[in-house]
Design a protein around this ligand. Structure first.
Ligand SMILES: C[C@H](CCC[C@@H](C)[C@H]1CC[C@H]2[C@@H]3[C@H](O)C[C@@H]4C[C@H](O)CC[C@]4(C)[C@H]3C[C@H](O)[C@]12C)C(=O)SCCNC(=O)CCNC(=O)[C@H](O)C(C)(C)COP(=O)(O)OP(=O)(O)OC[C@H]1O[C@@H](n2cnc3c(N)ncnc32)[C@H](O)[C@@H]1OP(=O)(O)O
Length: 383
């Protein structure tokens, strides 16, 4: 796999850093999740695919020293705490990169390492809000709406941090040096939204929230309820595709207002809604599948995994626990990701083997264990 041989240490976090680590693991990196010891009752990481877990108490000096030693043999460290936490533990970049100048030290936070909010708590919705993007999301006359925690945590956070790591790794092949990555989710989501910023001058966002072309204002970029309580998604933007939408709906464009007549959009929506409400989702699929009308069913997770198109591409995988999840993307032709099909690791499941691999002796491991700095957790204990 593309990233085989890459050694990554991921300090356990809530949602963004686990995705970042999972992406690297899916593409072949050897990812160790450093979990807390003493361990909490429930693991919060549900994105542990392909990772191993080491349970280590960083608050104890021998625990922090253990992480320092691990970082000496690692390529990448991902840390998900607010600014100052790592410094307080004596594990700041100046310490770890002094000991290993090739280390890529990725700091994945909401607000970044500097600025007024650097030390404040926050979650996805706060980061999307501060980026400006939340002000654009939502339906007409309603409050701004955060689309679950996809935008900041995952798109602007986990994915962009993984990209930063890969860029730094590429640069390291030339300079031989690591670097610090300050991955702020506020900036990540702002960057992802460059299209929104740059289309302002084209008048894309001149109207109030929920009344524009791509924010549920237009009748031809909207979802519609079907007679069986399901939905269809319509994205017929270009005139030639809009024409096919009208044809599928049984409408004659000569008898309708112009596609871009904003003032007619609310009425057009009502008309489209009443037509879509007359047939089931399956019936609409029969009408639109194979056309260029840009009309697709809104699928549940179960339906998405079993949809013919997704099945043809093996877009979803099943692990040995029969859990279905999305296959890693994108597909690389020669070295595609080969995701692990095993269950996620238990906290502390691989503590000993990881420490041995990083050069600790059995005696040193026994000492750390008797000092309660590390924990072991054999699978049977969790069953
Ligand atoms: C919307 C999403 C989040 C979704 C996640 C949800 C799935 C979960 C969130 C809450 C969970 C529920 C809750 O915990 C209650 C139940 C618990 C039960 O066990 C399970 C059921 C629960 C209902 C549970 C269910 C779910 O799991 C939840 C609902 C997001 O937006 S995620 C993005 C968040 N933001 C960031 O990641 C940005 C950067 N990070 C931060 O800003 C902060 O970390 C954050 C997130 C604000 C948390 O702040 P906190 O004060 O908790 O941490 P930090 O200041 O960063 O400091 C970390 C401290 O921990 C020490 N530490 C770390 N590792 C170790 C170690 N190995 N050993 C010892 N100590 C360690 C570290 O030294 C720090 O200590 P200090 O505070 O003393 O400095």
């Amino acid at each position: 796999m593309a990233l085989s041989g890459l050694r990554v240490l991921e300090l356990a976090g809530l949602a963004p850093a686990p995705l970042c680590g999972m992406i690297l693991a899916d593409f072949g990196a050897c990812v160790v999740r450093v979990d807390r010891a003493p361990r909490s009752a429930v693991a919060v990481d549900v994105q542990g695919r392909g990772k191993r877990s080491l349970a280590l108490d960083l608050k104890r000096p021998p625990g922090a020293a253990t992480l320092r030693r691990l970082c000496g043999g690692a390529d990448v460290l991902i840390e998900p705490f607010r600014h100052g936490v790592m410094e307080k533990l004596g594990l700041g970049p100046e310490v770890l990169m002094h000991e290993n100048p090739r280390l890529i030290y990725a700091r994945l936070t909401g607000f970044g390492q500097t600025g007024k909010y650097a030390k404040s708590a926050g979650h996805d919705i706060n980061y999307v809000a501060l980026s400006g993007v939340l002000s654009k999301l939502g339906r007409k006359s309603e409050n701004p709406y955060a689309p679950v925690n996809l935008l900041a945590d995952f798109a602007g956070g986990g994915v962009l941090c993984a990209m930063g790591i890969l860029i730094a790794l590429y640069e390291r092949t030339k300079s031989g040096k690591g670097q610090i990555i300050d991955a702020s989710m506020v900036e990540g989501i702002a960057y992802i939204s460059s299209f929104l910023w740059k289309t302002q001058s084209l008048g894309f966002w001149n109207r109030p929230r929920g009344e524009n072309l791509l924010d549920s204002g237009a009748p031809f970029y909207e979802t519609y309820r079907t007679s069986d309580g399901k939905f269809m998604a319509v994205g017929a933007l270009e005139p030639q595709f809009y024409e096919q939408l009208l044809k599928g709906l049984g409408l004659d464009s000569d008898k309708l207002p112009d596609q871009l007549s904003f003032s007619d959009w609310p009425e057009m929506k009502k008309m489209f809604a009443s037509i879509f409400a007359k047939k089931t989702q399956t019936e609409w699929c029969r009408i639109f599948d194979g056309t260029d009308a840009c009309v697709t069913p809104v699928l549940s997770f179960d339906d998405a995994a079993s949809h013919q198109h997704n099945k043809q591409r093996s877009s979803f995988i099943k692990n040995d626990q029969e859990e279905i999840s999305p296959r890693p993307a994108p597909l690389l032709s020669r070295t595609p990701a080969v995701p692990s099909l095993k269950r996620d690791p238990f906290i502390g499941e691989h503590t000993e083997e990881i420490l041995l691999e990083y050069g600790f002796t059995k005696n040193e491991i026994a000492q750390l264990y008797s000092d309660k700095v590390i924990e072991f957790n054999k699978p049977k204990a969790n069953l």
